[in-house]
Write a protein that binds this ligand. Structure first.
Ligand SMILES: [Zn+2]
Length: 350
């Protein structure tokens, strides 16, 4: 799953990193609005010496003061909100990183001992490498970045441009109550984590692994697709627009998730799926997942059974059948389906 996380600025890579600094073009939504003069023009003040016009000027000044106060209150409220979330994430992040590191260690061991094809091993290890690199990102608390940016700009209007020194770096934020299990917003380069992450829960871990694959895909896109193509596709869409997914990206993220689930359960996951066992409690037992995650598990069983039945789909390549299945799954969930081609992104017609 990918998700647009809207209230954010343009994120670019520094020239040093080889990603090339992008901009200054931005999505129209991000243009700073023209400054209004609260209805007082120079002409009013010069010729409006009369009492009536003067009163009008005072009234207009009053409106402006009220506006400024409202705006600065809104900025203050937002700063307080970012600050609260930043502290919350500062507490959560070390616990998450320690838990996921331990999982990554075990997964790497299982992948390298159980899978013989070096190309497949290489591709399955990508998300763990991305995670490890991002530990060196001193600004990975996304709320801290937003707070410092707002402290500098003191305005909720317009946007800023953030430059990341390493194209592999990304930000973390916490998901809200009703949010999906995990999400990565390419535009803001933000991976959202659930506060109830359980390091012993294989589903929690593989959901994060799926999102880390999306980070890797975005790294690739940002450094290879022209900004003029990348930007209009990923920048926030007008309200009411359907969210977009890239078929091949979702397919490979699911393959990663399924393969890791299988090696980490010593092949039990595949055995259950291919035996057409649909008893979710059985899977809950081997994944150590929570009952509230049963619908996610059911979805994975469905996807995995298609995956195992599609002979041309492997961690090295996605077969046409499996790709069509992934497209259909997302169409039914209301997404607009795109594919990644040599020029960038192209809609997939039914
Ligand atoms: Zn996804």
């Amino acid at each position: 799953m990918t998700e647009d996380i809207k209230e954010y600025s343009t994120v670019t890579f520094s020239r040093k990193s080889g990603g090339g600094k992008r901009g200054p073009s931005r999505h129209p939504e991000f243009k700073r609005p023209e400054k209004k003069q609260s209805g007082i023009s120079r002409r009013n003040l010069l010729i409006g010496a009369g009492a009536i016009v003067g009163a009008g000027v005072l009234a207009a000044l009053g409106v402006r003061l009220a506006n400024e106060q409202e705006k600065s209150k809104a900025v203050g409220d937002k700063l307080a909100e970012y600050n609260k979330k930043e502290v919350e994430l500062d507490v959560f992040l070390p616990r998450f990183e320690q838990g996921y590191s331990e999982f990554a260690k075990q997964a790497k061991q299982a992948i390298t001992t159980r899978i013989k094809d070096p190309e497949i091993v290489k591709s399955l290890l990508v998300p763990f490498e991305i995670f490890e690199i991002n530990k060196g990102n001193s600004v990975r608390n996304g709320y801290g970045v937003k707070r410092r940016d707002l402290e500098k700009r003191r305005s909720l209007e317009g946007s800023s441009e953030l430059v990341l020194e390493n194209p592999n770096f990304f930000f973390y934020e916490l998901s809200g109550e009703g949010d999906t299990a995990g999400a990565f917003g390419p535009w803001s380069r933000t991976l959202r984590l659930k506060g109830n992450y359980d390091p012993k829960n294989l589903l929690d871990n593989t959901i994060i692994t799926h999102e880390l694959i999306h980070v890797a895909q975005d790294n690739q896109d940002r450094t290879t697709i022209p900004w003029g193509v990348y930007e209009p596709f990923h920048a926030p869409l007008p309200p009411g627009s359907r969210q977009r997914i890239i078929d091949i990206y979702e397919a490979s993220a699911y393959v990663e998730e399924i393969e890791i689930m299988n090696v980490m359960t010593n092949g039990q996951f595949r055995e259950l799926v291919t035996a057409k066992n649909e008893d979710v409690t059985k899977y809950r037992g081997i994944l150590n997942s929570r009952a509230e995650q049963d619908s996610t598990v059911s979805l994975l069983i469905m996807v995995a059974s298609q995956y195992y039945a599609s002979p041309k789909t492997t961690p090295r390549g996605i077969g046409a059948d499996f790709l069509e299945y992934i497209r259909d799954l997302h169409r039914k969930a209301g997404f607009e389906v795109y594919t990644r081609d040599a020029g960038g992104y192209a809609p997939v017609r039914q």
